[in-house]
Write a protein that binds this ligand. Sequence first.
Ligand SMILES: [Zn+2]
Length: 393
Amino acid sequence: MPLVQMADMLHHAYENHYAIGAFDVVSLDFISGIMAAAEEKHAPVIISLAESHFEYFDFELLMAAVVRAAERSAIPVAIHLDHGDSFESAVRAINLGCTGIMVDASNLPLDENIVQTRAVVDMAHACGIPVEGELGYVPGVEGEDAERHPGDIQYTTVEEARRYIDETNADFLAVSIGTVHGRMKGEPKLDIERLAQINQALKLPLVIHGGTGLRDDQYRSLIENGVTKINYYTALADAAGRRIKDNVESETNCSYTSHLDGVAEAIQQEAAHCIDIWGCAGRAGSMLASCRPCAPVEHVIFFNTEKLNAAAIEDMMSEGRRVLGSIPGVQRVFAGHAFTEDSPYRHCWVVRFSARPVIDSYRVHPAHQDFADKRFRPYAGDRVSIDFEGCGT
Ligand SMILES: [Zn+2]
């Protein structure tokens, strides 16, 4: 049961004064390297997928690999959408298996940031998923990492942070206190006093974006003042890129696999170094003992229908797959037929929910009610419905 509740994960780090790496992945080499580092160090880990990177990979395909990597691992893992752009992308990420969501509306005025964040929080909490919000602006200095509103840094203020958390109900807060996305130019200067005040005011897990390029003592100051999640990508990408460059320069052939040789190991080395500095090594055991697993729910319906012919049944079931599959917290919709003639029920739905709260939010969702009332229940009077909670992998 390596996928654990991300809120429990960050509270464990908050109470025990260490930080978990939220490493952004853009390929299978990143997933392999980061998971190998966390396993080598017996450390919990957050695999992050940034919406700003979706042009580099197919989100749905890479998510399948991340979910499988987490399932087969023995260390606690969370899967996070980094810098989610919209309500729709938050729903999509949850339905593909993310166990934490970041909503980044920090480019909007505070009032609008609050409205947008609140909408995502309400939806995600109804799916059993925590949300990270962002306040202030962490600028980007590289094209790859520059975000939607390039400009000067905007520091997070204590008053705004208090109001933002009160009104949005977000679980974690990304703060702007002097880091930058991408490569740091010159000596990094952090406003630790500001961070300490925000931590005193909120007393919840804080997040740092732009984790690359800080000194070890700066990481320690961040962690002492409530930072439990450090977003880290640029140095991993640089380590991978350097390795490819060396391969290209030393290889005489043009083989793709030769050029990628050792890339996962270079990423592993850099991630392992971070895990050591951030005090995260060796925490997997105590975290697993104190954190609740992510337990998906299978909503199972067996049914018979005498009012629909075979084509009408197929039509209804394919509509159900599409409609029900778009409801927040629905991770998979299986529709099938018994292949033995004597089975007491001829057809079934198996709908996977991200967590138990979805049982209630799904029931009252307009898309579900509409489909159930008009397309399903009138034709399937003979039916049984049971919810099963997962008990491990
Ligand atoms: Zn960021």
